[in-house]
Ligand binder design. Structure first.
Ligand code: MG
Length: 192
């Protein structure tokens, strides 16, 4: 069986749209708006982003929705016997307690997982350490850096990444992710 790594924002949830909406409505901060990708991925830390998230993280968290079929497909993968590790960039710069916040959100929304790891803006090292076979993420540089060390990587198509080339497999819905894993699992190192 495989160990499958899954990102949260813009992979399980529709985060960009909601974060943009909140920046527009409550902040109007051009700096934040111009750095939405970095803000969401946790590699753009400024006083502006910290203040914004401190004020709005719970509202945003309640507004963010799980993508179509994400819950069912992750459940199916788990039922198939695969280990699910959620790996997110979310950290305590933005959230009071990123682990607790994310854990509760995932549980509340019926996402099954065996482990949650926060504060990982760059995921290559943690994928190696946790022996992840397939990582699903929406960030091109994450997907490509993982691909380069021989770990299969799936890029979840998003408005932020759609014009960027990737070495991973670009897919735009969870049902296709399930099919891709079924088809390619035998090529993974730890498949039994
Ligand atoms: Mg993401």
């Amino acid at each position: 069986m495989l160990t499958i790594g899954i990102d949260i924002d813009d992979t399980i949830t529709n985060s960009t749209r909601v974060v943009k909406y909140f920046i527009n409505k409550y902040s109007k901060d051009k700096e934040l708006m111009n750095n939405v990708e970095g803000v969401i991925r946790g590699n753009y830390v400024s006083e502006g982003t910290k203040n914004f998230y401190r004020k709005h993280s719970e509202l945003i968290g309640n507004r963010i929705k799980v993508k179509k079929h994400a819950r069912e497909v992750i459940q199916k993968l788990h039922d198939d016997g695969h280990k699910i590790i959620i790996v997110t960039a979310r950290d305590d710069n933005y959230y009071e307690d990123a682990y607790k916040f994310s854990y509760e959100y995932l549980k509340r929304n019926g996402i099954v997982f065996d482990k949650l790891i926060t504060a990982q803006p760059y995921k290559k090292e943690i994928c190696i350490k946790e022996k992840i076979d397939i990582m699903i993420d929406d960030a091109v540089d994450t997907v490509d850096s993982i691909h380069e060390v021989g770990i299969k990587s799936i890029l979840f198509d998003s408005s932020i990444n759609k014009n960027k080339k990737t070495k991973g497999k670009r897919l735009n819905n969870w049902n296709d992710i399930y099919k891709y894993i079924q088809k390619n699992k035998k090529d993974c190192k730890n498949f039994e």
